[in-house]
Design a protein around this ligand. Structure first.
Ligand code: SAM
Length: 349
């Protein structure tokens, strides 16, 4: 059955969809794009852009020099955007299982390499399955950033996929994904509807099961950076999904040994203003915006995210974990208010 679903997904993206115009819902479509990305996207080949089926902005800050892995890279739109952002010393690997998608992405490697002014390509597209990244020869602890845009919901074995992600990430590395999540578990019968599955709806994880899945892998805190409820805009599909609410969410998580709650050690983080394209401030998540030069009291997990990752070079974090002051108070004005998709008692999950 799992193989059958996978083949249906390959058929959907390989032969049924010619461009994003053919999508039957608005699940796989992005709204806002940062200005810096717009400029780069304007230089990409039309075919790459026309076959873009992403659901969010899936490129984190400060990736220059990084090795980035794009899971389900499709026609290569995000991979090429990243190719420009990581620079000539960086490396981008796109992995996809669908031959037709790989063919489109690979066709334009040389053109974009020349356009970005690189002596040799810094981007490659490998055939493989995200549930088994060894199939694409991705080694343990070899990747700085894993991105994925509207793909992980399509995985038929999500536990394997997330296990693989945290296998290949380096310690302190970042997972940054835009994906579709649901406010409840989607009934099994809907998973067998090829259009609902292909449109990135019926494979969506219930957000609390996502939290549990990460927790079981030792990832105890993730951060939401953006979310919007999907409106679907297709009467027949709306009838089938009934009261299930779907969200496009962008989340980040780090390969760090964090606590399951936000704890207060009196630590203070100050953004130094030097990350590329972020002179005025840095957004970690939907309730942490660090204005340049302004000290902010943070929980122990946030302090670690801003110390033991590539973001560490852009922050000064004062204080240590020697003295504990109890649970961190997330009810300050900068903390997010509760929502149905967020647990109330922590900065993250
Ligand atoms: C919704 S499209 C998104 C493509 C791309 N990320 C974008 O933003 O345009 C989903 C892509 O994921 C790929 N895909 C789905 N399941 C996969 C799997 N298990 N392993 C590898 N690729 C997969 C499909 O072939 C397709 O190209």
């Amino acid at each position: 059955m799992e193989q059958q679903i996978q083949e249906q997904v390959q058929d959907y993206y390989g032969t049924q969809l010619a461009s994003s115009q053919d999508l039957k819902t608005n699940a796989c479509c992005t709204t806002d794009v940062p200005a810096a990305h717009k400029k780069i996207l304007a230089t990409l080949e039309a075919e790459v852009l026309e076959k873009y089926y992403g659901c969010g902005v899936c490129v984190p800050a400060a990736v220059q020099g990084c090795t980035v892995l794009d899971l389900g890279s499709g026609s290569g739109r995000d991979a090429y955007l990243l190719s420009s952002l990581v620079g000539e010393q960086g490396h981008v690997i796109g992995v996809d299982m669908t031959d037709e998608q790989l063919a489109v992405a690979r066709r334009h490697v040389q053109t974009h390499t020349e356009r970005f002014g690189y002596a040799r390509p810094n981007v490659e597209f490998r055939k493989g399955y995200i549930e088994n990244l060894a199939s694409a020869a991705i080694a343990d602890n070899s990747v700085d950033v894993v991105v994925s845009n509207c793909v992980l919901n399509l995985s038929t074995d999500k536990a394997a996929t997330y296990r693989e992600i945290f296998r290949v990430l380096k310690p302190g590395g970042e997972l940054y994904i835009s994906d579709v999540f649901a406010d409840r578990r989607v009934p099994e019968a809907l998973r067998h509807d090829p259009v609902l599955y292909g449109e990135c709806l019926s494979g969506a994880l219930y957000i609390e099961d996502f939290r549990r899945l990460l927790r079981d892998l030792g990832i105890r805190d993730y951060r939401l950076t953006e979310q919007r409820q999907l409106t679907i805009n297709n009467e027949e599909i709306e009838r089938k999904v009934g009261n299930i609410k779907f969200y496009s969410m962008t989340v980040r998580a780090f390969k760090l040994d964090l606590e399951d709650q936000c704890e207060d050690y009196g630590q203070v983080a100050t953004y130094l203003g030097a990350a590329p394209d972020e002179p005025h401030g840095f957004r970690l998540d939907d309730h942490h915006y660090f204005e340049t030069g302004r000290p902010v009291l943070v929980c122990g997990n946030t302090a670690d995210m801003l110390t033991y990752t590539r973001y560490g070079q852009y922050f000064r974090v004062d204080g240590s974990k020697e003295r504990h002051f109890g649970l961190f108070d997330c009810s300050s004005p900068t903390a997010s208010t509760s929502s149905s998709t967020e647990a109330a008692s922590s900065c993250g999950c």
